[in-house]
Design a binder for this molecule. Structure first.
Ligand code: UFG
Length: 332
């Protein structure tokens, strides 16, 4: 199949492109490079473009005879979404709508969307199932939920078929070590801990030690980025094979606390990592753990890296060889 990957030069997107190419599919990465890196692409076609540019996107979809779109072109920083909500409504909601209408005008009927566990807000039950109530506690989660609702309307009225993946905490890097996580600024826990291990930061600050959890720190469900990527390939194939629209959680169904993550990082790097205890970060739910039973059962999805130590080991392999991310490859 021929797949347009919007946001394919980003962290998760570049792993999705790689998995598609390895599965024998054709890719067209459409990315404005606001966050992505061309160096993260090792094949397929690349077009620098914005999802807000509806005419261009419609033309690309039509000319390339695209079968399916994978949409990962969104802003993703929870904190920033509270300070600058306009950016999130523009890029994630208006941009998303333009993407859907480009698909409509080009006659593309299938989409896989990267949604987020942030749509749930503070969960009432753990593990979180897909039918749990959605009450996002930040604008980022709100914009992901709005797009999911647009997908449902477009299915009902225009016959668009979609899979929406609610990711839990994406982590790790491709086992080859060729691509990995590189955000500017970095806000994600595991890259920050590993940058501290490399001496690039003086310490890792734990945001809150007084949560109602066994060790007082937040608990998250870490899922390897290559496992997220393989789920996209399965979903794309299932949609083109006639499966109806679905919403799936993608996580490992295992919770690890912030302290546990730091401990596992210390094991992997082989030395202590300086830690500072700080106040809570506003908007952080105490515990997010997925039930991914539905994706496993319906898509036949099986994570290859369910163990946090293996996830961290692949991340370490990337960070120690690319301490400055893709910029290092360009020469700083
Ligand atoms: N944390 C620290 N110190 C840091 C950074 C993070 O203690 O320097 C803690 C956070 O408070 C949180 C945990 O580590 O408890 C994980 O934080 P991340 O920022 O790595 O990830 P989040 O769980 O906040 O967010 C991730 C994605 C979001 C998505 C969310 C949904 O980044 O896009 O999961 O679960 F919305």
């Amino acid at each position: 199949m021929r797949v347009l990957v919007a946001g394919g030069a980003g962290y998760i997107g570049s792993h999705v492109v790689k998995a598609l190419l390895e599965g024998g599919h054709e890719t067209i990465t459409y990315d404005n490079l606001s966050k992505g890196h061309v160096e993260a692409l090792h094949g397929g076609e690349f077009i620098q473009g914005d999802i807000l540019d509806q005419d261009r996107l419609s033309r690309v979809l039509q000319e390339r005879k695209v079968d399916l779109v994978i949409h990962l072109a969104a802003d993703t920083a929870v904190g920033e979404s509270m300070v600058n909500p306009a950016k999130y409504y523009w890029n994630n909601v208006v941009g998303g709508l333009k993407l859907l209408d480009s698909m409509r005008s080009a006659g593309v009927k299938y989409i896989v969307f990267s949604s987020s566990a942030a749509v749930y807000g503070e969960p009432a039950h753990i593990p979180i199932r897909e039918d749990a109530p959605c009450n996002p506690t930040n604008v980022y989660g709100e914009t992901k939920l709005i797009f999911e609702r647009m997908l449902a309307s477009y299915d009902r009225s225009y016959g668009l078929k979609y899979v929406s993946f609610r990711y839990f905490n994406a982590a790790g890097a491709d086992p080859s070590g060729a691509i990995g996580e590189d955000h500017d600024p970095e806000t994600q826990l595991i890259p920050l801990v590993l940058q501290t291990a490399l001496g690039l930061r003086p310490s890792i600050e734990i945001f809150g030690i007084d949560y109602d959890t066994p060790d007082g720190t937040c608990i998250r469900d870490f899922i390897h980025v290559s496992d997220l990527a393989s789920a996209h390939v399965l979903a794309a194939e299932a949609l083109l094979g006639g499966m109806g629209s679905r919403i799936y959680n993608l996580g490992n169904e295992t919770g690890n606390s912030v302290r546990e993550v730091i401990r596992v990082c210390e094991e992997v790097v082989g030395h202590k990592i300086p830690v500072k205890e700080g106040p809570r970060r506003p908007g952080d739910p105490a515990m997010l753990v997925a039930s991914s039973e539905l994706a496993r059962r319906e898509l036949g999805w099986t994570p290859r890296f369910p163990d946090l130590k293996d996830i961290v080991a692949t991340a370490w392999n990337w960070h120690k060889n690319h301490p400055y991310g893709f910029a290092g490859a360009r020469g700083r």
